[in-house]
Design a protein around this ligand. Structure first.
Ligand code: AMP
Length: 143
C-alpha cells in the first residue's frame, strides 16, 4: 500500500490542525478549504478507497462523522453542509487514503455541485437493480 501524506499526519510526522482523534479515526482542517470549517475525517487504517476499507474501520468512521458534522456546524454557525468522499483519480481523489470532507456552507462558500441527470429506461433500471443486488448479496456473504 503506497504511503500518503495522511499516513504521515496519522503518525505525527507532519503537523495538522486536528479537531478530533480516537483509536481508529482522526479529523483535521483541510489546508485548502472550500469554506471556513472544511474538515477532513480519515480512518487510521490505510486504504486507498472506501471499497477497500474494513468493516471495523468503516464502523468507526461512521460513528464519528455525525459528531464532527455537529461540531463543524456549531463552531461555524452554518446550518447546511455537504459530505464529499472521492474515490479514484477520475472522481477527483488527490490523496489516496480514504477521507471524508465535511464542507459547511459559510458566507456563500462551500461545495459547488454539477448535477446532470441522464435519461434511463425502466428496463435498464430493473436489470441494474438485479445485478447490483446480486453483487451486494455476494459481498454480504463474504462477511
Ligand atoms: P481529495 O481530492 O478528495 O483527495 O482531497 C484531498 C484534500 O486533502 C484536499 O482538499 C487538500 O486540500 C487536502 N490536503 C492535502 N494535504 C493536506 C494536509 N497536509 N493537511 C490538510 N489537508 C490536506
Amino acid at each position: 500500500m503506497s504511503e500518503t501524506i495522511f499516513s504521515k499526519i496519522i503518525r505525527g510526522e507532519i503537523p495538522c490542525h486536528h479537531v478530533y482523534e480516537d483509536d481508529a479515526v482522526l479529523a483535521f482542517l483541510d489546508v485548502n478549504p472550500l469554506s471556513r470549517g472544511h474538515t477532513l475525517v480519515i480512518p487510521k487504517e490505510v486504504a486507498k478507497t472506501l471499497d477497500q476499507l474494513s468493516d471495523e474501520a468503516s464502523a468507526a468512521i461512521g460513528r464519528v462523522l455525525p459528531k464532527i458534522a455537529r461540531a463543524v456546524l456549531a463552531a461555524t454557525g452554518a446550518t447546511s453542509f455537504n459530505v464529499l468522499q472521492n474515490n479514484g483519480a477520475d472522481a477527483h481523489q488527490a490523496v489516496f487514503h480514504v477521507h471524508f470532507h465535511i464542507i459547511p456552507k459559510v458566507e456563500g462558500r462551500g461545495l459547488g455541485i454539477g448535477w446532470e441527470p441522464m435519461k434511463v429506461e425502466t428496463a435498464d433500471l430493473k436489470a441494474l437493480r438485479e445485478k447490483i443486488a446480486r453483487c451486494a448479496a455476494a459481498e454480504t456473504q463474504k462477511g
